[in-house]
Design a binder for this molecule. Sequence first.
Ligand SMILES: Cc1cc2nc3c(=O)[nH]c(=O)nc-3n(C[C@H](O)[C@H](O)[C@H](O)COP(=O)(O)OP(=O)(O)OC[C@H]3O[C@@H](n4cnc5c(N)ncnc54)[C@H](O)[C@@H]3O)c2cc1C
Length: 475
Amino acid sequence: MEQSGLQRVAVLGGGVAGLSAAWKLAEAGVGVDLYEAAPVLGGMAGSMHRNGYIWDFGPHRFHSANPVIINTVKELLGDDLRGRQRKTRVYFMNRFFDYPLNASNLLTNLPKSVAALSLADFMLMKLRQKFKPAVDDSFESWVVNRFGRRLYDIYFGPYTAKVWGRDPKQLSASWAAQRVAVVDLWDLLLRVTKLRRGDNGFHHSEFKDDFWYPRYGIGQIADGLAERATAHGATLHTSARVTAVEHDGSAIRAVRYEMNGIEHIQECDAVVNTLPLPLLVKLLRPEPPAEVLAAANALDYRAMIFVFLEIDKPSVTQDHWVYFPDPQIVFNRISEMKNFSEDAVPSGKTSLTLEITCDVGDEIWNTPEDELLRRSIDELVACGLIERHQVLGHFFRRLRYAYPTYDIEFESKIGHMAYQLADYGNLVNAGRQALFRYVNTDHVMEMGFCAAEELLEGALGSRVERVGSEQVWFG
Ligand SMILES: Cc1cc2nc3c(=O)[nH]c(=O)nc-3n(C[C@H](O)[C@H](O)[C@H](O)COP(=O)(O)OP(=O)(O)OC[C@H]3O[C@@H](n4cnc5c(N)ncnc54)[C@H](O)[C@@H]3O)c2cc1C
């Protein structure tokens, strides 16, 4: 038995957060059982190998401000971790623009009338703000206050509505700084005229261009974590769906899971949960009060359909990924794995991953896959990216929980659930879906490590919650 007195910890979910926690707990001598519903580990940051191609769930570039995390991944992957220079663009108004947005590229590439009107509109807004200070009370106002109404209407608004399926008025302003890649139009203009250098207090420059990527797909990180966890004695159960989390009002006592059609029960001293927060709340037995369940049912995640295409062509773009804000185009982003790693495709070929965001049960979610495939290929052809006969093969995947949706009430919904979960003195939530936080792979690895530390030290607190909470651009 380990010093903390912990004998058996159940880790729910086998993505990067769960695997990181499992490794550190097992390394400290604790017995660990990890339960993953899918047949493979890695979760959203896993990779799939098919027909000589390697596929990620959309583009995954690895970067971190935390040297411990970078060094851990370097140690796990050795020479297979390669440095990359990010190249990304946006396709709108039938042309390509640099991304993150760059003022000279934006203003010279936009039709002259649109550029002039956008600039005039922005200047007028700046003038108005001298008399009436701007209020950031939604994603829409946050962006309009920094870029002007016209640029919002042609670019930010449609793209945001397309990705989130919500009017940006209904989305919270609180996360915009982490997800909009520039400060404001004024900053872009000062930079293009060389009147401003440096970061203007906007701390994103260290990640903006450089990132790390594993030779055989982002899933190599999860594979490395899983190897360490099992080497220290953790048991990683795959195809094991958690069906209930049993508690006595003050602590979690056991986990029920289903494997090969048989239900099992495992007692535990503590739990690291990386399952989506509302799912955990719904799995609690006895059930929590009705208002907590109502909050769980009201918390939204945006879903995603991936279309993976094998392409008979050496290259489609030089980009890691390209955004498509146009609402008429069904996908909102494409990525080309070959530009992340040459080893991700057979010689002479390339591949494309298309991301289609939607809500479970909406019109897109219910569209037959043949129809989505036809539309996707038609639109790629219309953008001049491929020819129809170059598509050699395809497959689909769906993610029920892809992005936490930050509507303007999300904090109060989370508050209800957090209040309930605080009753259990042996439960730590970690990871993107469990904390309802739009965080990256490096953050969830750090959260997994912190969750293990908190349990080992017997001091559950806010260490996990603090990871990735800084106001920097995550890209
Ligand atoms: C399109 C896209 C692009 C991204 N790009 C980047 C990027 O460029 N860089 C970056 O660093 N990050 C990126 N991310 C984020 C990154 O993928 C996540 O932060 C990370 O993978 C989250 O890991 P996690 O362990 O918290 O959650 P998950 O990977 O979701 O793990 C949770 C696991 O729980 C399992 N599970 C669910 N229900 C049950 C159940 N009942 N029983 C048992 N198991 C269950 C799931 O199958 C899953 O494996 C991207 C994500 C997406 C969707």
